[in-house]
Ligand binder design. Structure first.
Ligand SMILES: Nc1nc2c(ncn2[C@@H]2O[C@H](COP(=O)(O)OP(=O)(O)OP(=O)(O)O)[C@@H](O)[C@H]2O)c(=O)[nH]1
Length: 317
């Protein structure tokens, strides 16, 4: 039997809302490479797999929380199915969850003979990373994500000026003085094989905590599902009531009097509603949002009451 060359694997990490899915979609749209994409969403509704735009390959979602904390189960099974299947891919790209440690996923590729770890890319939001690395509640997680990657891509450079971009660069270098940092510009798309590093040991830094905390314990996820629609004005008001412990909220929703479903995105207190791609529409229900917060996120009922207050009231007969 002819030996099959191992499939290169790229792991994409980065904190909640850094721009991993956006980067992945641009990557999938950019060229002719056949990708197998594995997305690990930190929520019971797998929003990310829905948000990955259709491409000439396959997308598999990894549920069950944070893959890097529960590497044994679903993740290995999914990988096994991929490797045993008839389809061949040029590259496997794995999107880690926003609170996960991408290196822990990369380690699987190091030990699996059919895979070759080619790169661990961490995306850092240029408009937030300076604050995040020093944040008392999430700083550890953020810094740990940089600890063993071979390249850092600074996203959202369109939101910052040169001074802030420089500060973002310095924030990354404060954690990883040897980091290779690239700016992720809207006009150009980096080539993954050029971002890769086959000499993996070169970015396998020493002195990093191996028994990093279980992310399931440090973060709490939350899901909100409703039939019906939000009222746009009430939604804007409701978002202002969210506690700062709610770090991320995303998913699909409907707005009263608007025919199309919309994608809702909230990173910290910044939020947006955007049209859903026609290809994505089938997977999106009326309101299905997933949230992630710190461990001290208020109880579900409290958060639900805030969003319930944003629902459009049915007209009385
Ligand atoms: N202005 C601007 N916004 C961006 C850019 N990249 C991503 N975003 C926005 O940032 C928000 C989060 O982006 P995602 O790509 O979903 O982030 P993510 O890292 O996949 O998020 P999680 O998987 O939930 O951790 C979305 O509203 C994006 O539209 C960018 O380069 N510039």
């Amino acid at each position: 039997m002819m030996a099959v060359a191992p499939t290169p694997v790229t792991v994409i990490g980065g904190f909640l809302g850094a721009g991993k899915t956006t980067f992945l979609n641009r990557l999938l749209a950019a060229g002719t490479t056949r990708y197998a994409v594995l997305v690990n969403d930190f929520g019971e509704i797998n929003v990310d797999a829905t948000l990955i735009e259709r491409h000439d390959g396959t997308t598999m979602s990894l549920t069950n929380g944070c893959v890097c904390c529960s590497i044994g189960s679903g993740f290995l099974e999914t990988l096994g199915r991929l490797l045993d299947g008839d389809e061949r891919f040029d590259r496997i790209v794995i999107e880690a969850s926003g609170v996960g440690d991408p290196w822990r996923i990369a380690e699987i590729a190091l030990i699996e003979p059919e895979l070759r770890l080619d790169g661990v890319i961490v995306i850092a939001d240029a408009s937030r990373i300076t604050r995040l690395v020093d944040d008392l509640r999430v700083g550890d997680t953020v810094r740990n994500q940089f600890a063993r990657c071979n390249v850092v891509l600074l996203s959202k450079s369109d939101l910052v000026d040169e001074t802030d971009l420089d500060a973002a660069r310095r924030a990354v270098l404060s954690v990883r003085p040897d980091a290779r940092i690239e700016i992720l510009a809207r006009e150009t798309m980096p080539d993954l094989s050029l971002l890769g590093n086959r000499r993996v040991s070169a970015f396998r830094a020493d002195g990093v905590e191996d028994d990093a905390p279980d992310h399931e314990e440090n973060f709490r996820r939350w899901a909100y599902r409703r039939d019906g629609a939000f009222d746009r004005g009430r939604l804007a008001a409701a978002i202002k009531q969210f506690p700062p412990e709610l770090l991320r909220l995303k998913g699909a929703c409907r707005i009263a009097d608007e025919a199309q479903p919309l994608v809702f995105q909230m990173v910290s207190s910044d939020w947006s509603l955007s049209p859903v791609d026609r290809d994505q529409e089938a997977g999106l229900g009326s309101i299905a949002l997933v949230g992630v917060g710190t461990r001290d996120l208020p109880p579900d009922a409290e958060l639900e009451a805030i969003l319930d207050g944003a629902l459009a009231r049915p007209a009385r007969a």
